[in-house]
Design a protein around this ligand. Structure first.
Ligand code: ATP
Length: 256
């Protein structure tokens, strides 16, 4: 029986692209409030896995249950927005609009068309948006044109939008790849802190093992579409990581 604290259940999940196996019979479960980093070499299947959680990619085999609902039944936009929020490397913001409108777009799935259109003239739920901006340290920039903000600030706007959406699960595909190390750490520490404060489940793909260890509680390593290891962050050894990325030194007799 599924425990009530399980928010995602993956059972024998597979995805094929023509003859290529992107995900190969994955099975694991994720509890509410876990902070999970997905790591692994390029092409391992991390994005495909996140996209199946986002219901953008349909698995070919197996079972995926999200917040008690089989993923194939998560078709209602409003329900999906309550369950899953997505944060991307490219931020997905409308650059020409003031910051506040981008933050309020976190509520669009919940609002009807009329309220959404009215909000473009008279921002609806402005107080909630300002509060979210305050939490990400951008309260003073709420009327600024979004495209004029720095990359790190734009990612914070995306975090404020996520606060307004308030999903149970946050999926982030390489959310800091385009930021310099200081901004990347800033965003990751904010993202993990907000997720913890809101008791949200966070699943992030990362190329940086260092960030995965520093900010996340559990690391799931994917290789060739399979789970290579699934461990608490503090149990991930350098040896496992060099196996994962095949960083082994050549041995004395020349064999790799
Ligand atoms: N739409 C697609 N059509 C065909 N093959 C695909 C498609 N999407 C992904 N693949 C293949 O599936 C495998 C897994 O890709 P995926 O993007 O999930 O890996 P990844 O771990 O996210 O890689 P990266 O770290 O480089 O982003 C790769 O071999 C990729 O080429």
């Amino acid at each position: 029986m599924t425990s009530s604290t399980e928010i995602i259940e993956v059972k024998n999940l597979s995805k094929y692209y023509e003859r290529k196996i992107a995900l190969s019979s994955l099975s694991f479960s994720i509890k509410k409030g876990e902070l999970i980093a997905l790591i692994g070499p390029s092409g391992a299947g991390k994005t495909t896995l996140l996209n199946t959680f986002a219901t953008i990619v349909k698995p070919d085999e197996g079972r995926l249950v999200i917040a008690g609902i089989p993923s194939e039944k998560l078709t209602n936009r409003k329900t999906l927005a309550k369950k899953i929020g997505i944060i991307r490397q490219q931020f997905d913001l409308v650059g020409q609009l003031p910051v506040i409108h981008n933050v309020l777009s976190g509520r669009l799935a919940d609002w009807g068309l009329i309220k959404s259109l009215v909000s473009l003239i008279i921002p609806q739920e402005k107080q909630a948006a300002l509060k979210a901006l305050e939490r990400v340290g951008l309260a003073d920039k709420f009327m600024e044109q979004t495209s004029k903000l720095s990359g790190g600030e734009q990612q914070r706007v995306a975090l404020a939008r996520l606060l307004l959406q308030s999903p149970e699960i946050i999926l982030a595909d390489e959310p800091v790849a385009s930021l310099d190390p200081a901004r990347a750490e800033d965003i990751l520490s904010m993202l993990t802190k907000l997720a913890q404060e809101e008791n949200q489940t966070l699943i992030t793909s990362l190329h940086s093992v260092e960030y995965a260890r520093k900010y996340f509680t559990r690391i799931i390593a994917i290789k060739n579409g399979e789970v290579f290891f699934d461990l608490p962050a503090e149990k991930v050894s350098d040896l496992l990581l060099s196996d994962l990325y095949q960083l082994k030194e050549r041995s004395d007799n020349g064999e790799s």
